[in-house]
Ligand binder design. Structure first.
Ligand code: HEC
Length: 112
């Protein structure tokens, strides 16, 4: 059974961690923040498949004129090279989203 002293240390550490988290949560991200994906077709699927390992920053950092084929290759790379859990028949849907939001099929209004 842990001593009282040890329990107090654990409680203090937990409290400190809670404070630290609260501080992080208070940060107001700018509206155009790249940590989440832009609205677009099948955003739910994109969020489910593409936020497991990293934020949307990597997508936002890609050149804005990337064609659908290049996005398809990117999605395929995430699956084949990094082991992203993406079904073969989801690759086209995901590539479609990226071509239309971050790629060369995006309308001027959808661009940041
Ligand atoms: C299994 C983990 C994982 C998942 C899921 C994942 N990625 Fe990645 N992604 C990575 C890793 C690892 C890197 C390389 C990071 C580095 O080079 O520092 C990366 C890098 C990237 C890059 C930067 C360019 C590059 O090729 O390195 C883009 C763009 C990207 N991912 C997009 C996506 C998209 C879109 C999805 C969803 C279809 C996705 N990722 C899902 C692991 C993942």
């Amino acid at each position: 059974m842990p001593s009282l002293h040890r329990l107090i240390i654990i409680a203090t550490a937990t409290f400190a961690a809670t404070l630290a988290n609260a501080g992080v949560l208070k940060i107001d991200l700018p509206k155009e923040s790249a940590t989440t994906y832009k609205p677009g077709p099948n955003l739910e699927l994109v969020n489910a498949r593409c936020l497991i390992c990293h934020s949307a920053d990597y997508a936002a950092m890609q050149p804005p004129n990337m064609p659908r084929k290049t996005w398809e290759a990117e999605v395929t790379k995430m699956k084949k090279v990094y082991g992203a859990p993406i079904a073969d028949d989801e690759i086209a849907t995901l590539a479609d989203y990226f071509a239309k939001t971050y790629g060369n099929e995006a309308t001027a209004a959808a661009k940041p």
